[in-house]
Design a protein around this ligand. Sequence first.
Ligand code: FAS
Ligand code: PHB
Length: 392
Amino acid sequence: MSVTRTQVVIIGSGPSGLLLGQILDRAGIDNIVLERKSKDYVLARVRAGVLEQGTVDLLTAVGVGERLAQDGLVHHGISLCFDSSLHRIDMTALTGKAVTVYGQTEVTRDLMEAREAYGAKTVYEADQVTPHDFAGDRPRVTYVKDGVAHEIACDFIAGCDGYHGVSRDSVPAGALTTYERIYPFGWLGILAEVPPADHELIYANSPRGFALCSMRSTHRSRYYVQCPIDDRVEDWPDQRFWDELRLRLDPVSAARVTTGPSFEKSIAPLRSFVAEPLRFGRLFLVGDAAHIVPPTGAKGLNLAVSDVRYLSEALIEHYGEQSDAGLDAYSGRALGRIWKAVRFSWWMTTMLHRFPQATSFDQRIQEADLAYLVSSKAAMTSLSENYVGLPH
Ligand code: FAS
Ligand code: PHB
């Protein structure tokens, strides 16, 4: 077995792992990223699309904001569609902030390129990645690459390996408390090389279910419709998708939908999930390894970014000032922001989706929720300040 040493082992090369690696590289803290999949596989995943102002600011500050500034689409508002009417919420007028539409795939690409330019080590297709001895002060991580066993001795392990990763599962039973809500539907999403229906996002609540009109650029659209959780992609040929999307929109927006062949189509389940605490000795849980939100509030990726900010600041303090105050505070600090985003994502999901078991009372409450929201500056301000991102 080959044995090497580094200061921080980062498990996972999604946005959490790559952004943490980028910040540590710039701070001169040695780190190695271990990724189960290939680089192409990671880049092929289509996920988030909306970046909070705080995310844009951090990516820019750590040197990966050039393409983002050039290609990102700054949005000052969103629209809600219900009762066949469109209601725009001017988030910038209400909060002074905006969001930027820039696909997670591009964020990942920018971070990978920066890491390669720096010459930092990433091991792709690393099998059997396993954290060890993180309860003590000499943690290590083992893995197998091309049939050869490796061990990395380190000071800290960052579990950036997502909901299905190994890090959270490595925590001793009983040391972790989890909170979960599984939603009785999924999101069927497509990508198509067609211009978006609107210059901003449209979140629709119709009697047929939820729909979302989003985009990746002015010529590439990202659309979603709520679907039964047991649906399969094969059940949704393109024409059925386009017909259903239009039926869930107001007539003006429906008429503005440009259809075309999809080149990506997938169904994602929706859940709210939080693990507490986020620290176990020298192992830290980050991003989707620690929490999952339904994508309705566009929070998943953005929460991963604030986790990374908190942990990277703590690690820099540890090495630079020989202080562990930040490390000791990481879990509580991150969970404070996590739970606010979990609440907002749950609220947006509850307000905008049709629940199979909803009673007629539930339906009237949902309608009243929407009617109040678009009639109240205070309510729209509350939605806006959560959507553009609460302070880090
Ligand atoms: P990720 O899951 O992105 O990355 C974890 C990485 O760890 C992966 O590359 C994985 O291969 C690797 N890994 C896992 N186990 C490992 C092991 N044992 N060893 C080594 N590596 C391992 N968020 C939004 O805001 N909007 C959206 O529309 C949206 N859509 C989504 C759709 C889907 C299907 C999913 C799953 C998530 C979606 N999200 C969305 C949330 C998503 O954007 C996440 O919040 C974001 O990817 C979090 O990044 P990471 O924490 O890096 O986790
Ligand atoms: C996306 O563009 O993928 C997207 C945008 C906003 C959301 C969810 C997904 O709330």
